[in-house]
Structures are given as C-alpha cells and as structure tokens.
Design a binder for this molecule. Structure first.
Ligand SMILES: Cc1ncc(COP(=O)(O)O)c(C=O)c1O
Length: 464
C-alpha cells in the first residue's frame, strides 16, 4: 500500500537545491537553513516540496501548527477577515476579535483570578513585555532565568536565553540585571544525583543558590519553561516547580511561565502549568496560538498587567486582525477536536517506540517529555553521557533523506525532538517513526555502533 511519504527525487531534489543556492545569495547566512528543502504546499502534517516529494512533517513549523497546516477553520476565519480588513492598528481603533481572543485567553490560562491579555507579534516580544510589566509592577530591576532556557532573539530575550552558540556569541552586550540559575535537568544533574527526588527541589536549596546569585528582594520575576523547548525538551520535576513557586511567593517575586513552545496542547494539556498545578502571575504564549499566523500574547494577573500607564504597552502590528480570528479558530479546534488529549495519545505512541529503540540503540541516552512534547537525547557513551551532536545531525539527515522532516534541540545539539501537529493520526505518526527508525539503523546500525556514512546536506546547528 502506498504510504504518505512519496519521493520522486533524492531529498533535497534539484529544485530545492537551486532555491537554496538562490537563498544564499539573497539572505544572510545568520538565518539558519535547518533543512535543505523548499516547500510549495503543506496540509495537516504533510509537506510537498518543490521537486514533488511528499514528506511527513514532525517539525510543525517549530511547534507553530499544533492544529496542522491549513486547518480548515483557520483558513475560513482568515479568508472572511480578509474581506473585512487586514489591519487597523489596535491602538487606533478597537475591533472585536482582539477583545474576544483576550477574553478567551484570560479564561483558559491557569487560574480563576481576573486577568488581562496583551497581543504582540513574536514570542520574544511577549517575553520582553512580561519583563517590562513585572519590573513596572514590582519596582524591582532584576530578572532570574535558567541555564538551557530559550526566550528569543531580541536583545533582552537574548540576555535571558542561555545557549551561547549560535544565539549569543558575538551579539553582546546584553541587557543588565539578568541572573541565570541552574535548570533541574535531571539527566545532566550537576550534583550527580540522577534518578532520585530532584536535589534542587527545596526552598532551602533555592535560598542557597540565590545566596551567590542575586538578592531575592531585588528580583521582579523568575521566567521558566516548565519543559525546556530549544534546551532539549526537559520537563522540570514537580517538586522543583513547587519549591520555586513557594520561594517566589515568599520573596514577592513574580513567576512568568514561558509557554511559547509548551502551549496549546503540546504537553497533553492546554498549558504545561496544568501538569504542575502552577498558577503563574504572567504567562507568555505564541507559536501555535494562531495556527501559523504571527501572534504572541502576554496574559497575567489584572493588577500586574494594569500597572503600566496608558501608552506604555502595545505596538503597530500587535494583535493583527487576521491573526486574532485565526487564534479564535485555533482555540475552537483545540476544544472541538480534543487536541491536547489526542496529542497525549500520540505522545504515548512515540515515547513507547523511543523506549523500545533505547533498548536496541546504545546511543539513546534518555527518552523524555510531557504529552506529545517527546524527545530522545543521543550520547557517545551512556556511562559518561557525553553528548553526540554529530550522530544526531546524521540521524536527522538520514531521516530527511527518507522523507521525514524533524528537528534537533538541546544546548549540546544532541536531542531529537518531535513537534508533529497534534492533528496527525496514528498511521502518519507510525510512518514517520518508521522513517526515523530506518534512519537510526542506517546511521548507527542495529547494535548502536556508528557505521560509515555518506554526507547528505545536513541540518544547521539549531532552530529555536
Ligand atoms: C520557549 C520559547 N520562548 C520564546 C521563544 C521566542 O519566540 P519567537 O521566535 O517567536 O520570538 C521561543 C521560540 O522558539 C520559545 O521556544
């Protein structure tokens, strides 16, 4: 029976290669080309490239299309809005879709308290605004973030981002009053205490960490990804999150949950906070919020969000009408199609296969993740846990050659993450996993030992 993947040429084919060459003459190399393919059509979790190849998409536009490419309800809403108006500027004239989406987010984000929502254009901008609002409300200058965290590429967001290469190197100086503390990354526990209760998960431990970092009394906010995205799909242990929330409360520090990658069903619940019973003061969302249109949001406690004076927040494009109606359609689809639960089920399926492979391939050091936010970490040696970035790039290249698009992650570039649309059915997931398994076998052999390989144009070091 014909599968979903159908290859007419090698991947990348001649047309993709030609466009890539044109791209190199027109676009700076700083914008990464993570895969060498050029796409002409996308539907659900299937991409058609310029050479007529049909590929399975486990990258989902870097976690933007949890509702799948070209979700019919999103298309319909955007088309109808285009016939009304494409832009007014929310600071100039009010339109209902902005308000309705703000009301919906105020309702569906964790916590029954009164909230407000501000719309901006990108995740980085939402993070910048979270810090602005937190500083204004608390009157404090400092912000605490985490090792392995990723919060965007604008200057303040970069200061909060941890990974040096390729994000930070050469781009300083960075914004001041940003302090970084260790993330509870149990597989790479700095205290060598893997497999036990999180050794950082007490307020006492946090007090100790802060004793050498920054006075908690000068900290406006702590920003955390409850499962690291770009940092390698590492979920924080529940006891750590509980201790962090208690520590923050005791010191009058606001908690910002960065749910830009974890949000909108990816972890098997609408928001990762729900796994922890965490009610953050502020929550940033973007990516899958508008099904492919650029939109980001900052939602938070009404008293905090109302602190800045009129005119202190906003922007020309924030809350674009096309994006707002798309966002409403996305939230409807999330509910109507129970996409978080569907993602939870496909997450189980993916994790089970990854765990099965971990028995066979010694290069798989760890399998982890909440819901459909699943990843495996590849190592050169299981005992030393030495990250193996080279083998990761080779597996991804081999998967692409077999018609599967997927991304790496992790500070050390050695994590394979899955961001398949939550709408994908079992048949598609299984076929994608089949291609990944074949790529693993071709790269490392059945027993996990590296085999010689021929260079297929491989992925750039990272995305976000
Ligand atoms: C957790 C997290 N925060 C912030 C960002 C930045 O979002 P954007 O690329 O839209 O600026 C990202 C992007 O990957 C992210 O994963």
């Amino acid at each position: 029976m014909a599968g979903i993947i159908q290859l007419q040429t090698e991947v990348p084919g001649p047309r993709s290669r030609a466009l890539l060459a044109r791209r190199a003459r027109a676009v700076p190399r700083g914008v990464p080309a993570v895969t060498p393919i050029s796409v002409v059509h996308a539907e659900g979790a299937v991409l058609t490239d310029a050479d007529g190849n049909r590929l399975i998409d486990f990258a989902g536009g870097i976690g933007v299309v949890n509702t799948g490419h070209r979700h019919p309800a999103v298309l319909e809403a955007v088309r109808a809005q285009l016939d009304r108006f494409a832009h007014l500027g929310f600071p100039v004239t009010t339109y209902e879709s902005y308000i309705e989406l703000a009301e919906r987010l105020n309702r569906v984000t964790p916590g029954a308290h009164e909230k407000r929502t501000l719309f901006v254009n990108s995740g980085a901008e939402a993070v910048e605004n979270a810090v602005k609002v937190a500083r204004y409300f608390t009157g404090r200058p400092a912000v605490v973030c985490f090792e392995h965290g990723f919060h965007g590429r604008t200057n303040l967001a970069l200061a909060l981002t941890s990974k040096v290469m390729p994000y930070k190197a050469g781009f300083g100086p960075f914004a001041p009053e940003v302090y970084r503390i260790p993330y509870p990354y149990c597989y790479r526990c700095t205290n060598d205490r893997t497999g036990e209760r999180c050794c950082m998960g007490t307020t006492g431990q946090l007090e100790r960490i802060f004793a050498t970092t920054v006075d908690p009394g000068s900290v406006a906010a702590i920003i955390i990804e409850l499962e690291l995205g770009e940092g390698g799909f590492v979920p924080a242990p529940a006891e750590y999150v509980e201790a962090l929330a208690a520590f923050a409360k005791a010191h009058g520090i606001l908690v910002i949950a960065d749910e830009i990658q974890t949000g909108f069903g990816r972890t098997g619940k609408l928001f990762a906070c729900e796994h922890y019973g965490l009610v953050p003061d502020l929550i940033t969302t973007a990516k899958s919020l508008a099904g492919g249109l650029p939109l980001a949001a900052l939602t938070g406690r009404a008293d905090v969000m109302e602190a800045p004076h009129p005119g202190g927040l906003g922007g020309t494009y924030g809350g674009n009408p096309l994006a707002c109606v798309a966002g409403l359609a996305v939230l409807d689809a999330m509910e109507a199609e129970s996409l978080p639960a569907k993602g939870r089920r496909s997450g189980h399926r993916i994790r089970a296969r990854f765990q099965e492979w971990a028995e066979r391939f010694t290069c798989i050091g760890d399998v982890r993740g909440l819901g459909a936010m699943v990843a495996m970490e590849l190592v050169a040696d299981r005992r030393t846990r030495t990250p193996d970035k080279a083998i990761t790039a080779r597996v991804l290249a081999a998967a692409l050659g077999r018609g599967l698009v997927l991304l790496s992650a992790g500070t050390f570039g050695n994590v394979i993450r899955v961001l398949a649309p939550l709408t994908a059915d079992d048949e598609l997931i299984d076929e994608g996993l089949g291609a990944l398994e074949a790529a693993l076998v071709a790269t490392v052999g059945g027993d996990g030992a590296p085999t010689p390989w021929s260079p297929i144009p491989g992925p750039a070091p990272s995305t976000n």
